[in-house]
Design a protein around this ligand. Structure first.
Ligand SMILES: Cc1cc2nc3c(=O)[nH]c(=O)nc-3n(C[C@H](O)[C@H](O)[C@H](O)COP(=O)(O)OP(=O)(O)OC[C@H]3O[C@@H](n4cnc5c(N)ncnc54)[C@H](O)[C@@H]3O)c2cc1C
Length: 501
């Protein structure tokens, strides 16, 4: 391909959950758009795989999300119509926890404040109505009938297909190595070619800070593991009788799904073992410890689901420090926008994030209220998007205005250090798996002598840094729930951030 052979209105880096929706929105508006993705479309090396993602209107995280959710539902409906495929399954959602917990109180307050149809159920009522659940009777739950799940890999396919049908160009297996501003536009360098565009959208998930150094330390990848178990009573875990859930208990905050797409009841625990690593350093192959953590929680609260293991999968959260999204224009180059730090709860918004990112690429503003997501809350550098909304002190404005004119004529190149190709990365991954297998740790060796349902034995991996301990009552749990760092009933999900409700 010739260098600079093509000029685009917008280039989107990362065709995962958010990027695929963005490319679609831009193509819908008649833009000449190029989407660049380092892996396949879709793939299972990022944050948007695993067959199902929860969507719910009861939003305990913050009231600002509810208006966005309303638009997200409309846009999910639109892409469903266009693709002719069912992507959103409204089977109901449960948000449950102790009566005074932020999960229950927050969900309840959000449905009241936004007049969202709902029911409040006690643990006993919930267990009777949906017998797949076995929660303590003093649990309180918000049941919301419009909740349910999306099918993320199929959504990525639907967005990509619709975008290409409207003229978008999407390149898989092409890694962006860097970019630089050129006048009011941008130049993007990949392992295959160089492209130019009027604007750049960065939706690179766990790799965002490689491409955008200002996000260093602000969009932190975290390893997550999901398990699918074979229920003893599969009829209790079908989509028509088992709503998706967010559940806060004394051993974990978890989320789960009925049987759908692949066999088994699916469950995950927020922040799992709190393993914060670069994606290249992750142990992608799930371990016995991963399985054990998920099994013990399942056995306690969904006993009829905790049968033999069917599938284990690793995925990545990319957390912002306060777990709210970071969506903004670049403070020096407003032709560059980014969506980052979707923190384990972003997928349900992908459709509306696509609309927001397209707005920002097109006109550097959006009609949606995204003030909560401004990057300046961490960086102190306010972008054009938020400058009028945040009530800035003039000093900051001056700083920005001084910096900009010199940058406009062409500024610093932003290059990624990690210039490995897809094939190099894949080979490294396979090498590591082979090494682990030969040491009898994970990978191919995992299945040896391992009966489904068996807990960690002599071949359990030795991960000294894993913060997991056995409680007095025998429950195996991440130590954050034991050492007083965290009161699971009243705290947002790390030590520094209070819940909003
Ligand atoms: C286990 C798990 C469960 C979750 N459950 C839910 C849920 O139930 N509900 C919910 O709403 N949210 C959930 N989330 C969160 C949600 O899935 C994420 O917030 C969302 O998928 C993030 O999408 P993204 O586009 O930012 O990242 P991704 O989908 O990972 O996309 C980023 C893309 O950028 C590409 N890329 C990166 N660097 C480059 C480069 N240099 N060149 C080219 N391409 C590049 C990557 O390969 C990737 O495809 C969950 C997340 C996980 C991990």
């Amino acid at each position: 391909m010739d260098s600079y052979s093509k000029h685009y209105n917008t280039i989107v880096i990362g065709i995962g959950g958010m990027g695929s929706a963005t490319v679609y929105e831009l193509a819908k508006r008649g833009q000449r758009v190029l989407g660049l993705e380092q892996y396949d479309i879709p793939h299972d090396m990022g944050s948007s795989h695993g067959y199902t993602r929860i969507i719910r209107m009861a939003y305990y995280e913050h009231p600002s999300y509810v208006m966005l959710l309303k638009r997200a539902y409309e846009l999910w409906n639109e892409i469903e119509q266009r693709s002719g495929e069912k992507l959103l399954h409204k089977i109901g959602s449960i948000d449950a926890g102790p009566a005074d917990s932020w999960v229950f109180k927050g969900s309840f307050r959000s449905v009241i404040e936004h007049n969202t149809p709902h029911e409040v159920l006690s643990g006993k009522e919930l267990n009777t109505r949906f017998p797949g659940y076995q929660l303590p009777h003093d649990t309180m739950a918000v049941y919301q009938k419009d909740g349910g799940f999306l099918v993320p890999e199929r959504c990525t396919v639907a967005f990509a297909n619709a975008a290409m049908a409207m003229g978008a160009e999407i390149h898989g297996r092409e890694t962006v190595l860097g970019w630089e501003p050129v006048g009011d536009g941008v130049r993007v360098f990949t392992n295959r070619a160089t492209y130019e565009a009027d604007s750049l959208v960065i939706t690179a998930g766990a790799w965002n800070s490689d491409i955008l150094p200002l996000l260093n330390g602000l969009a932190t990848p975290e390893r997550q593991v999901l398990a699918w178990f074979q229920p003893e009573r599969p009829e209790l875990y079908q989509p028509d009788v088992f709503p998706v859930f967010n559940l806060l208990t004394d051993d974990a905050r978890s989320y789960g799904f009925p049987i759908y797409g692949v066999p088994g009841f699916k469950i995950g625990i927020y922040h799992h073992f709190e393993e914060h690593e670069r994606p290249e350093q992750f142990e992608w192959e799930p371990s016995v410890e991963d399985e054990e953590l998920l099994r013990e929680h399942t056995a306690r609260h969904f006993p009829k689901a905790a049968g033999p293991t069917l599938t284990l999968k690793t995925c990545m959260f990319t957390n912002s420090p306060d777990k709210h999204f970071i969506i903004d224009l670049h403070p020096q180059y407003p032709q560059v926008s980014f969506g980052a730090g979707f923190s384990g709860h972003g997928y349900k918004f992908a459709s509306v994030i696509g609309e927001i990112m397209a707005d920002m690429a097109e006109r550097q503003e959006t009609r949606h209220d995204i003030s909560l997501f401004n990057a300046a809350r961490f960086t102190g550098q306010v972008s054009d998007l938020h400058i009028n909304k945040l009530g800035l002190e003039p000093g900051r404005m001056t700083q920005r205005r001084v910096a900009r004119p010199t940058q406009r004529r062409g500024g610093r190149r932003h290059f990624i250090n990690r210039q490995m190709s897809y094939l190099e990365r894949r080979d490294r991954l396979h090498d590591r798996r082979r090494r682990n297998a030969s040491m009898g740790l994970y990978g191919n060796g995992y299945g040896k002598g391992h009966a489904a349902g068996q807990t960690a034995g002599s071949h359990a991996p030795q991960r000294s840094q894993r913060p997991m301990r056995r409680r007095a009552d025998g429950i195996y749990t991440p130590s954050r729930y034991l050492d007083g760092r965290r009161d699971v009933q009243d705290r947002w999900d790390d030590d520094t951030v209070e819940p909003f409700w």
